[in-house]
Design a binder for this molecule. Structure first.
Ligand code: PGA
Length: 246
């Protein structure tokens, strides 16, 4: 089955850097069968919409507003990114949860906004080190998922990809063991089963993120209940990211 590999640029690269990146990256992944997605800064979307036409790579945003339009200075709406050709948006990334105090309820609103204009969502969930040490991982994930997915119809889950990203693994070079990831992803699927159905729990795409690189990616992709990867730092090097995808 095709793997879903997402690169998260975060707040990196100028438009000029990004153009050079694509010139190097696109030929490297041209023949690749996996599904490739780039989560890029808003300022790069117009260029992406031109350069990614007729390629096997899609792009998306890293966030959208909870609001539709109006007096929300500094915000970007669902329709604005959709209009530029975005295929998806990230929602609930831990950096936004933490630095901008984004709540699970706001994440739910953003998901609703995204789905209303046919944008897919990569919904990030994960526990902090303190929560993990206190044995609260399962509880935290349950709360994050139950609130974020509240009010969704079951058939809308096809537009949701869950990214399990332990916060303590992001940008730290640390990763959980493959056994840990497998157990936690089983738990995530269990939550989806309790909220929706066994069929949805089996079908929903769950990817892993947090210090993925070209040395550990193939082992993580071998975990049987994992459908792909969310790659931060390592996606900024087009050669390394292409190696991960391949
Ligand atoms: P990282 O980031 O790969 O640099 O750990 C992942 C992410 O934040 O999505």
């Amino acid at each position: 089955m095709k793997k879903f590999i997402v690169g998260n640029f975060k707040m990196n690269t100028t438009l000029h850097d990004f153009a050079k990146y694509l010139d190097c990256f696109l030929p490297l992944v041209k023949e690749c069968k996996n599904f490739v997605a780039l989560s890029i800064p808003y300022t790069h979307m117009m260029l992406a919409s031109q350069k990614l036409v007729s390629t096997n790579v899609v792009f998306g945003s890293q966030n959208i507003s909870t609001e539709e339009k109006g007096a929300f200075t500094g915000e970007i709406s669902n329709l604005m990114v959709k209009d530029l050709g975005a295929y998806f948006t990230l929602v609930g990334h831990s950096e936004i949860r933490k630095k901008f105090r984004e709540t699970n309820e706001q994440i739910n609103q953003k998901i609703m906004r995204a789905l209303s204009v046919n944008l897919k969502c990569v919904l990030c969930v994960g526990e902090t080190k303190t929560e993990r040490n206190a044995n609260k991982t399962k509880m935290v994930l349950k709360k994050q998922l139950e609130i974020a997915l509240k009010g969704l119809y079951e058939n809308e889950l096809k537009n949701i990809i869950i990214a399990y990203e332990p916060v303590w693994a992001i940008g730290t070079g640390k990763t959980p063991t493959t056994k840990d990831i497998e157990e936690t992803v089983d738990h995530i699927r269990q939550i989806i089963m309790d909220m929706f159905s066994q069929k949805s729990a089996d079908k929903i795409l769950v990817i892993y993120g947090g210090s993925v690189n070209q040395n550990n990616s193939s082992n993580i992709l071998k975990i049987k209940n994992i459908n792909g990867l969310l790659v931060g730092g390592a996606c900024l090097n087009p050669v390394e990211f292409a190696n991960i995808i391949k």
